[in-house]
Design a protein around this ligand. Sequence first.
Ligand code: AMP
Ligand code: ZN
Length: 118
Amino acid sequence: MNEPSCVFCRILRGEIPSQKLYEDDATIVVRDVNPQAPLHVLVVPREHVQDIAGALQRQGGEERVGKLFSTAVRIAADQGLAAGGFRLVVNTGSDGGQTVGHLHLHLMGGRQMTWPPG
Ligand code: AMP
Ligand code: ZN
């Protein structure tokens, strides 16, 4: 279900412009509007689901979440990050720092990351 007010659903419907790197029948990959690294993209399932816990509860959820990760790793390789490395982040819920309630993976790379994150 496409949630009318959700920013990623609005991007998926073409109501908000985005810089798309990749899309298939299940997923889109767009540049983050507020990048935190030289490469910072969001891997977003077309299906509106609140977060990774909700996604995993659905029929076929583990397979679909697995495909999201494999898409992210493939994009990382396509963008030349395989050798140097990259970071995948799934912010979940309020304490997790999630600000958009539509599951997405952050793929970041192109600089040295630090730990712990804020
Ligand atoms: P999170 O805090 O994990 O929920 O991440 C949401 C991300 O979406 C943030 O990094 C925002 O910069 C990004 N974001 C919000 N609106 C847009 C937009 N219209 N296009 C691309 N990225 C966006
Ligand atoms: Zn949505």
